[in-house]
Design a binder for this molecule. Structure first.
Ligand SMILES: C[S@@+](CC[C@H](N)C(=O)[O-])C[C@H]1O[C@@H](n2cnc3c(N)ncnc32)[C@H](O)[C@@H]1O
Length: 368
């Protein structure tokens, strides 16, 4: 990929390799670390694959110019950029137009510190403008005109203040094994950054689970990204997550897809393990009969820290474990324990974060 900022911008750390070389470099590292040879490999588009982006704003007062900026590769200061080769086409288009319009308007320009972009495969864009000043109704009026001019949705943030100018979500469509799913993505809450790889991840898991008569348990479910497509393989689903915002959108996403066999409950993984071992009762579970579930599969997609000890012990109660991980180091640590009682059936790498050293892994485990 050609990018004017490769080697300067701190975002793409594997800038000196082409797409296949950087993928091969990461796959080899995974093979050596995990001693697995039969790996399913899923590629990313070579450019414009990130549907989320965060940029600092650089004000050049002498030239009266605004530009986007990223941390340098050496993490010493900022590098100014005009475009970004890894973010989606719709974000790139919005980036250019946004700066032109903001530059003309002192209320929108003054003390603008950073901009976050969230886009969807349907071409919608949600922009969050982050300020180092108090924003108010005067700012909102100007922002509303900006949103109309750009044809995007807009949010403003400053310390302790959030102003939703138009709406705080965009609508996303994912194609998974020939079926289309609809998701509402909010500015708060986790979203997978690379929808092409995300679709392949969900498809990979779904392909490896046949139709079951049993139930499915998911921890760290976010807004139902995996839950909704995978629910079709099971009788009933219990899916949990710590973020209130994500659970709210997961419930909304169920309605969008006409899915009726999932209960989404806001519980941390630690709380869920206590509830399912009948060590603690929760009001949030009052309408659920835990004893009625017969879970055959447990699915985990934890944050970079991996599974805590309590959750790691708990997942071993089930016949099948599906583990999606964005951090090979914590996955390795957790697999060292799981491998004592579970066999690895399939191992996959998903190049969700191309041109960086990061890679997502998926492991399907079955009790020995
Ligand atoms: C890597 S994301 C995966 C989300 C979802 N599977 C997806 O594909 O969009 C991890 C999720 O775990 C949630 N989380 C973080 N710590 C948690 C905890 N202790 N218990 C439950 N959920 C947690 C986060 O809010 C986040 O939504």
């Amino acid at each position: 990929m050609i990018c004017d900022y490769f080697g300067k911008c701190g975002s793409c750390t594997l800038h000196d390799m082409d797409y296949e070389q950087q993928l091969d470099y990461k796959v080899q590292a995974i093979k050596e670390r995990f001693l697995v040879h039969d790996i399913d490999i899923f590629r990313s588009p070579k450019q414009q694959f990130r549907y989320r982006g965060e940029f600092r704003i650089f004000h050049d007062w002498e030239k009266d110019r605004l530009s986007y900026a990223m941390h340098t590769l050496e993490h010493k200061g900022l590098v100014q950029i005009n475009s970004c080769s890894i973010v989606s086409e719709s974000i790139n288009k919005a980036m250019q137009k946004l700066l032109v319009e903001v530059h003309k308007n002192p209320i929108l320009k003054e003390r603008l510190f950073a901009v976050e972009f969230l886009s969807s495969t349907t071409g919608e864009v949600l922009i969050t403008l982050i300020y180092h000043k108090k924003i108010d109704h005067v700012w909102k009026n100007e922002a509303l005109l900006l949103a109309k001019t750009l044809g995007i949705d807009l949010i403003g943030r400053s310390r302790g203040i959030k102003i939703v100018v138009t709406k705080e979500y965009i609508d996303e469509q994912l194609s998974i094994l020939d079926k289309t799913y609809h998701f509402r993505l909010f500015d708060t809450g986790f979203t997978q950054p690379n929808p092409s790889v995300n679709q392949q991840m969900i498809g990979w898991v779904k392909k490896h689970i046949s139709l079951q008569t049993t139930d499915f348990l998911e921890l760290y479910c976010g807004h139902g990204n995996f839950t909704i497509p995978l629910s079709e393989r099971f009788h009933k689903v219990l899916a949990t997550e710590v973020s209130k915002h994500s659970i709210k959108s997961a419930v909304e996403n169920c309605t969008l897809n006409g899915t009726e066999n999932i209960d989404f409950i806001r519980l941390s993984s630690e709380e869920l393990t206590e509830a399912l071992q009948y060590k603690r009762e929760f009001n949030r579970l009052k309408h659920i009969t835990l004893k009625a579930y017969h879970f055959s599969h447990i699915f985990v997609d934890p944050p970079r820290a991996g599974l805590d000890m309590q959750t790691l012990n708990f997942v071993q109660n089930y016949e099948n474990i599906i583990y999606i991980s964005c951090n090979p180091e914590t996955l390795y640590r957790d697999l060292e324990i799981l491998k004592k009682r579970f066999e690895i059936e399939r191992f996959a790498v998903f190049d969700q974060f191309a041109y960086t050293k990061h890679i997502e892994c998926g492991v399907i485990l079955k009790r020995k």
